[in-house]
Design a protein around this ligand. Structure first.
Ligand SMILES: [Zn+2]
Length: 462
């Protein structure tokens, strides 16, 4: 008996994470993502899937980021009729993210003069097929194939997936591995029992240097408050925003920061934070759960205002400086933050914090690189503000953490092969080389469309 593993995304192409596992009788997909940013228009994303979707029994989803869930509604629209498995938290987050992205896709499609990839109805159709699966619960999800999820500490509800056949041959996929330790989530769990392992390698060749990230954030915020202007934090809606709210609430509680107004100005981030509140007692680390029990909420504080409507959002301007505005998009490439940047970046009293990855070509990247002006919503905006770039807030494991993950995986039942995927090619190669050189593991960088056959004692490309 053998399992076959094929790479249809998250390897050498821009379509997002997508893996096919075939047993003797059943067929399972793991993740069905779309790349974020400017790649929505790419032909592969809009085109047919490279396999017959009607023959797939089930889809397992690792976590709610778009590059892992973004093409699920299209999969269903194209004829997939199986069950979709994910943790309850991933279900709630993915529903928000996919609805939000369906609006962005509609705008994108109108601009390109083509049909949107999917609409709100397709999202609804997809969620009708969802069945939740908790961590540490083995479940048969297709004829002869079972799934088992473990925490990866990446975002709320994130999981690695192990798929196993009746004889115990298994393939595990990490999804994204978290930047543990996190103040919210438990550390990632090792995967000691896979015959083949697919590992993410986003930061396969980079270090975060996050030793004193809290102290640095606190000091820079104190300076920003002294500067007296608006304090802008462009933030991704999931995990980064909640981390910022959590740290801010601590800084206010211990008196590190004076009581200045904070605005969470992003409908998506507001709803995502509600999901974090809802599932915190199930998914957070024990000490954080204790904190929730003691304090009620760990993301709320008395002078935090959540501005859901456009009207409420506009009223932020009337609030005197200094004030903190947290809004999407995380790379200043859309969303409400653009309006605040247009308004406040020309003011030398303003401080803008960068706490996330800034992709090449985005306004955030240009600001990070010291541009004196930036183009936002079709207009040039002069930058007189102080730009603070803070490292260490990524939700991904860095180079050394990924090596620790690989080492833990290799410890007990040595996987016969580790595939380094879901990274830039250089990062994937670097990680594979190090796993080989330092851990003696058999690591390779898979290519798009490749199929590998895994048995209990062998592995070969077919
Ligand atoms: Zn992710």
């Amino acid at each position: 008996m053998s399992l076959r593993l094929s790479f249809y995304g998250g390897a050498g192409k821009v379509t997002g994470s997508n893996f096919l596992i075939e047993g003797e009788k059943g067929k399972v997909l793991v993740d069905c993502g779309i790349e974020q940013g400017n790649d929505f228009a790419v032909e592969e994303v809009y085109g047919p899937f490279p396999y017959d979707v009607t023959t797939i029994d089930a889809l397992v989803v690792t976590h709610a980021h778009l590059d892992h869930v973004g093409r699920i509604p299209k999969l269903v629209r194209d004829g997939f009729k199986g069950k979709i498995f994910m943790t309850p938290a991933t279900r709630d987050l993915a529903a928000l993210i996919l609805l939000d992205s369906s609006h962005i896709l509609a705008e994108e499609a109108a601009r390109l003069g083509r049909q949107p990839l999917y609409d709100a109805n397709d999202v609804e159709g997809a969620f009708a097929l969802v069945e939740t699966l908790d961590y540490h619960t083995e479940k048969e999800i297709a004829p002869g194939l079972s799934a088992y999820l473990r925490n990866t500490g990446h975002i709320l509800g994130s999981a690695s997936v192990r798929i196993r056949d009746g004889e115990g041959t298994s393939i595990a996929l990490t999804g994204d591995i978290g930047n543990s330790p996190s103040p919210l989530l438990p550390d990632w769990e090792p995967i000691p029992d896979a015959d083949a392992l697919v590992m993410e390698s986003t930061y396969g060749d980079k270090l975060h240097g996050k030793d004193d990230r809290n102290l640095l954030l606190k000091e820079r915020l104190q300076s920003a408050v002294k500067r007296g202007g608006a304090i802008l934090i462009p933030a991704f809606s999931m995990e980064r925003t909640q981390l910022m709210l959590y740290e801010l609430s601590n800084f206010f509680a211990d008196g590190s920061l004076p009581k200045i107004p904070v605005f969470l100005d992003s409908p998506l981030a507001i709803h995502v934070t509600e999901v974090y509140e809802k599932w915190g007692m199930t998914y957070f680390k024990p000490e954080t759960e204790d904190e929730m029990k003691r304090e009620g909420s760990i993301f709320e504080f008395p002078f935090l205002t959540k501005t859901l409507s456009r009207e409420d959002s506009r009223s932020i301007e009337k609030s005197p400086n200094p004030k903190i505005i947290i809004a999407g998009a995380g790379m200043s490439h859309g969303g409400r933050i653009g309006g605040w940047e247009t308004r406040y970046l020309p003011d030398p009293a303003t401080t803008l914090f960068m706490v996330g990855y800034q992709a090449p070509g985005t306004p955030g990247r240009r600001m990070m690189e010291g541009a004196s002006s930036v183009r936002i919503a079709g207009a040039d905006v002069k930058i007189k503000a102080t730009i603070e770039k803070l490292e260490g807030w990524s939700a991904h494991a860095d180079r050394d953490q990924l090596m620790q993950f690989a080492e833990a995986a290799l410890k007990e039942k040595r996987p016969k092969i580790i595939f380094t995927a879901h990274g830039e090619p250089a990062a994937e190669r670097f990680l594979a080389q190090r796993i080989h050189d330092y851990l003696g593991g058999n690591a390779i960088v898979p290519e798009y469309g490749e199929t590998w056959e895994i048995t209990k004692d062998s592995v070969k490309k077919v």
